[in-house]
Design a protein around this ligand. Sequence first.
Ligand code: AQP
Length: 329
Amino acid sequence: MKARVLSGVQPSGNLHLGNYLGALKNWAEIQSDYESIFCIVDLHAITVYQEPEELVSKIRETAALFIAAGIDPEQSSIVVQSSVSGHAELAWMLTCVTPLGWLNRMTQFKAKSEKQDTIGDGLLQYPVLMAADILLYQAKIVPVGEDQSQHLELTRDIAQRFNAQYGETFNVPETRLPTVGARIMGLDDPTVKMSKSVTGTNHAIALLDPPEVVRKKIARATTDSQPGVDPENMGAGIANLFTIANACDPAVTRSVVAGMRYGDFKKRVAEAVVARLEPIQKKYKEITTEPGYIDAVLQRGLERVLPIAQDTIRTTKRAMGLYVPGGSV
Ligand code: AQP
């Protein structure tokens, strides 16, 4: 039997190159080696306010981008988190075994809460919901970008604490980071990670950005005051572009010579990104013009994963001494 893989993306804005290089590309590469479940984590997205009409369309857009980026819905299950009630149910049960101090230490909570006028409780509970996403399917491997490493550690801690209190119930998952592209930084500010929620026209390259927009954004990307590329001593902006090029097409980085002018270097980076995005955008167009296709994929994904989720909920309830309708099933 294949080991199970679980990962997700929030439909909280336009998916960007960081989401692709840090997560989706990796998922597509490993999907055939595992039983893979990829979630559109809409319950995570609502930890900060989302326009309802926009959110529902972003959920479908995100599903389409998963497939366009290489996730094969015949092989992998693509699921909307909120359509499986077990995510929220298990999150509550895990909340009850998670010490508050563990959540207060989460760096993403600190960073995101600084941007809010009022901090919703959901933002604090976010990592417990993420633990529930993973443990609900007893996933063995969780491929994520580096920003999620701390949340994965917390998931492991929660699983171990639960197992110690209530007996062996959950598999303790492993984090899988990509070798290149685990942390793509903003083009406008290479000291912060590329994020959907950061506003600014030159911050992120969206997966659906047309080629001319990609070229313009890369041409404007922050560099430093050196006259040309020095592979031995790169500033943060150039190092970020180097990582992007390497993850999109390693041949580009091999062609970079010391002293190459920034303008020439950026043109090569831009072409590597444009070439990488072109087939994704083509596939996206194809599948989004087929009526009902995305909803059918999501329905199929749901039907495949629901029995796994229901089984974990029953096991967890039994472990905790909660009532399981239907007796000892
Ligand atoms: N900049 C990044 N570099 C590499 N990987 C990244 N990921 C996100 N940003 C980068 C990875 O993409 C997956 C999905 O992320 P998410 O949507 O669940 O949430 P996030 O990490 O909070 O991503 P964003 O884009 O920054 O979203 P917002 O702004 O809405 O919070 C994860 O595997 C993540 O590691």
